[in-house]
Design a protein around this ligand. Sequence first.
Ligand SMILES: NC(=O)c1ccc[n+]([C@@H]2O[C@H](COP(=O)([O-])OP(=O)(O)OC[C@H]3O[C@@H](n4cnc5c(N)ncnc54)[C@H](O)[C@@H]3O)[C@@H](O)[C@H]2O)c1
Length: 335
Amino acid sequence: MMRQAVVVGAGGISGAWLPMLGEEGVEVAALVDLDEARARTQAARYRLDPLITTDLRRAIRRIRPDFVVDLTVPAAHSAVTCTALRLGCHVIGEKPMAASMAAARRMVRTAEETGRIYMVSQSRRYHAPHAGLARALAGGAVGRLTALNCAFYIGAHFGGFRDQMAHPLILDMAIHHFDLARLFSGADPRAVYAASFNPAGSWYAGDAAATCVFEMSNGVIFTYTGSWCAEGMHTSWHGDWRVIGERGTVVYARDQPPAGERVAGDGGFHRPLEPLAIEPLEVPSGQRGALREFLAALDGGPVPQGECHDNIQSLAMVFGAIASARRGRRVTIRV
Ligand SMILES: NC(=O)c1ccc[n+]([C@@H]2O[C@H](COP(=O)([O-])OP(=O)(O)OC[C@H]3O[C@@H](n4cnc5c(N)ncnc54)[C@H](O)[C@@H]3O)[C@@H](O)[C@H]2O)c1
């Protein structure tokens, strides 16, 4: 039997979700957007015939869906998701979880109080090189990890909400990289020192560039440097990574397969090294991977990655970095 979902938010990212939901056996029974015309346009584009409304409560009461998909802008996530949870629905929503830690904590509390699952779709976890790299690192491919570095440089002309955000890079994009740092290191954040900037010539109102140094719970140092207004010689959207362990290094950059070298003997100015191949781990990719884990959890399967109690750790890196940049000093990260 097909499951039914109420989808909230018919903007850009709904183009990834609407066709995919049907392919995964989920009927889009209602499409809710403050801008009804947008919802109508998207429904027509994907040949769907959902209830179209601006009223989420009405849609949920009428449809009684199996779950709600929250694809609204970050500032609306907390209200939309808490409303859905309180009306008895499980929720899968887009990243970032919320526009503040207080709002995110409210979402976690509401999931606890209602006994519903709230999962954030952190799409970049579901990518064969990432899953393969995480598996190899957890298996000790380069020994005990000591440092992770991620560089992200893209000139991205979006228009829309990102142009007005105070910290578009850190809040809307670096959340992916911070979350990958948690995946690769297998650790949670403890502290950060960050500086953020809006480079000359930037087309963003807020800070489109940042440099951050995170201390992770297992002692790993994660350094991040990025800009969303850097024209030319773009890095990968996943970031260009260098991962260093006591026995070797992996480089994963410009969307080439991750590859490394590890120590193969003693002696010499440089120790003898051997190549290290990182096998990809095939997983359903992007939002589809997140949705499959969510659907499995609804059937009593394991707690999905991105479940709110876990994902709030990635969001805490975002708000820790923003707080540090504002105060000009290292801050402790608390969830
Ligand atoms: N995983 C990814 O790679 C990825 C990529 C792009 C966007 N996203 C995320 O998806 C979310 C949406 O991004 P987008 O690019 O589609 O934005 P968008 O501005 O194109 O669309 C957002 C839509 O939500 C609607 N909306 C806002 N508040 C609402 C509310 N309270 N109730 C109902 N509708 C509401 C708006 O009218 C708009 O149609 C953001 O959180 C963004 O970070 C994720």
